[in-house]
Design a protein around this ligand. Structure first.
Ligand code: TRP
Length: 372
């Protein structure tokens, strides 16, 4: 069986470090390892509209931003297919058929949906007075549409962050139900989570559980060096760590979580002697040594943050440079999206043909029905 990847992002803003360590970096590795027959990367504009129906302009403007982030992070259109979800109408049709295989109660139990409904402030009742009051049906059903995204490409592997686990589980249930009801047709996908625990869910700069645009706690891939430095300087650390000599907490300290996600041994060699303070210099062989020193007392937040800024800026610099180049040819980026979308339409149509045949709703091709 071929090995196929499908994954994607909602275009509601530029991509940030959480996206990068949670899945983008991995996609680039997978692309370069060449172990997959096809890689589809989707800009999920239709899904973004499920809770932005009143602001399609935001979604529209961010399609190119996400495409720029993808390409500057190293996705290569010669190796992956980047496409726009809503331009593949087959996905909508699949969603409509899958809706009959999922119950309202099952959707209500989906932990990600539950949490997102709370986060967005959709209330449980809707008295008709305010169109934002209840949960939009489209939003409620987006896990079904996500199952269509994945299965339309017969994806075997879906590299995403941990928060997408309930979506994958729901997708696998739909596949099993479809195959059991209509015959073996769809492929059950597997989730591919980040290996590094810190990358599963990168906290925001404020230490809150997740980097999220609405919380204003993100560092973006397109942030300048100055912006990165400013955001890192303002990062939450251990509020009990007041003096350099005080023992500090490493667990739950986002500066260390970011270092877990981004720092490599060579960074410690490269920047070991760069930050010489009044009392000490940053000279650790590896992250474990730095953590031990922080716990014992004697490693200051400023020094630590300077090191983190250096690590992040080193990681982001090549991405920024590629972005600057790509921004000179925006029509060229749209051409990449158009070609990728054309390929995606072909692949999704082939699956839709199979689906209609299995469901026996391909009436005009059915001689037993027509009698000729
Ligand atoms: N829900 C994903 C997110 O918010 C985006 C997405 C849409 C997706 N369809 C997908 C991810 C299919 C993986 C597979 O990031």
């Amino acid at each position: 069986m071929s090995k196929i990847i499908l994954t994607g992002d909602r275009p509601t803003g530029r991509l940030h470090l959480g996206h990068y360590v949670g899945s983008l970096r991995r996609r680039v590795e997978l692309q370069n390892q060449g172990g997959f027959d096809k890689i589809f990367i989707m800009i999920a504009d239709a899904q973004a509209l499920t809770d932005n129906a009143d602001n399609p302009e935001k979604v529209r403007q961010n399609i190119i931003q996400v495409a720029l982030d993808y390409l500057s992070a190293g996705l290569d259109p010669g190796k992956v297919n980047i496409f726009i979800q809503s331009m593949v109408p087959q996905l909508t049709e699949l969603t409509f058929y899958y809706m009959n295989l999922v119950t309202v109660q099952r959707l209500q139990r989906n932990p990600t949906v539950k949490q997102e409904i709370k986060l967005r402030g959709f209330s449980e009742t809707d008295d008709g007075s305010d169109n934002k009051a209840g949960t939009p049906v489209g939003f409620f059903c987006y896990p079904i549409s996500q199952a269509a995204d994945i299965t339309a490409f017969k994806a075997t592997t879906v590299p995403v962050g941990e928060d997408q686990e309930p979506m994958l589980e729901q997708c696998r249930e739909i596949v099993r139900k479809f195959n059991a009801t209509y015959g073996e047709t769809l492929v059950e996908p597997e989730i591919l989570l980040p290996e590094n625990a810190a990358c599963l869910r990168l906290p925001g700069t404020d230490g809150k559980a997740k980097m999220s645009k609405s919380l204003g706690n993100c560092i973006y891939l397109s942030d300048s060096e100055e912006e990165v430095n400013r955001k890192v300087r303002g990062m939450f650390t251990d509020p009990g760590h007041l003096q350099v000599s005080d023992p500090g907490k490493v667990e739950g300290n986002p500066v260390f979580t970011y270092l877990d996600a981004f720092s490599r041994p060579e960074h410690f060699e490269r920047y070991a002697s760069c930050f010489v303070g009044k009392k000490a210099s940053f000279s650790f062989k590896n992250l474990d040594e730095a953590k031990a020193q922080y716990r014992a007392g004697g490693l200051g937040d400023i020094m630590l943050k300077n090191f983190l800024s250096a690590v992040l800026n080193e990681t982001l610099e090549p991405i920024r440079q590629r972005r600057a180049e790509l921004e000179k040819d925006i029509p060229g980026v749209w051409d990449i999206l158009r070609k990728g979308t054309e390929e995606a339409v072909k692949a999704a149509q082939a699956t839709l043909d199979d689906v209609r045949k299995s469901m026996r709703i391909d009436y005009f091709n059915d001689s037993t029905l027509i009698g000729r």
